[in-house]
Design a protein around this ligand. Structure first.
Ligand code: F6R
Ligand code: ZN
Length: 188
């Protein structure tokens, strides 16, 4: 007998899967994520807006099973840096992930842990990004509307936020003359 939840619908007003609440990340939750600390402090002094949310589904656990989450990043910037997710590695390093863009415009910043190599890849409506195992990933909204996507990953992937919190990504996704570019943090 099939006993797991097999389908879902998206509530496009709340940006969540119907029946499963979302986790919200506000500006105050993102201390240390933005390169420009003065701009971060200035932005916080004006309020604590919602930056992004994730509504997760874990239909089944165990080897071979998948989990997935619906992410929404609001449009906006702190200084010249676009609103972003904290970013993470998977605790089970081999675990890969597929991101499916549903709406909006943005990018994923990938950083291979073993080599430090960075890649900036477009994510938005009709774009798909494959995140290999052993690769830190952060998502940014570079558009004027919410960036909405689904990430699908092995049930046992787990999330390691600590490694990124300690040293952050090597690159920063920033606005240069109205266009998004990735620059080295040291040069930012
Ligand atoms: C799951 C995954 C996404 C993120 C989401 C929020 O492995 O990559 O569902 O969880 O984009 O980003 P973080 O988790 O970095 O806050
Ligand atoms: Zn992930």
């Amino acid at each position: 007998m099939i006993s797991v939840s097999l389908s879902n619908s998206i509530d496009w007003e709340k940006f969540e899967f119907v029946g499963s609440p979302r986790v919200e990340r506000r500006l105050s939750d993102l201390c240390g994520c933005f390169a420009d600390e003065a701009a971060y402090g200035e932005a916080l002094s004006h309020g604590d807006p919602l930056i992004y949310s994730v509504s997760s589904q874990a239909p089944a656990d165990g080897a071979g099973q998948l989990h997935y989450g619906l992410g929404m990043i609001a449009p906006g910037r702190v200084g010249r840096e676009y609103y972003l997710t904290k970013g993470h590695l998977h605790a089970w390093r081999e675990a890969a992930e597929v991101y499916l863009g549903l709406a909006g415009e943005g990018f994923m910043l990938l950083e291979e842990e073993a080599t430090g190599e960075s890649r900036l890849l477009q994510l938005g409506k009709d774009r798909v990004v494959y995140v290999p195992g052993g690769t830190a990933h952060r998502t940014v909204n570079t558009g004027a509307d919410p960036l909405v996507y689904i990430g699908v990953y092995p049930a046992g992937a787990g999330h390691d936020y600590g490694t990124i919190a300690e040293k952050n990504f090597r690159q920063v996704v920033t606005d240069r003359g109205g266009r998004p570019v990735a620059v080295d943090r040291a040069e930012y």
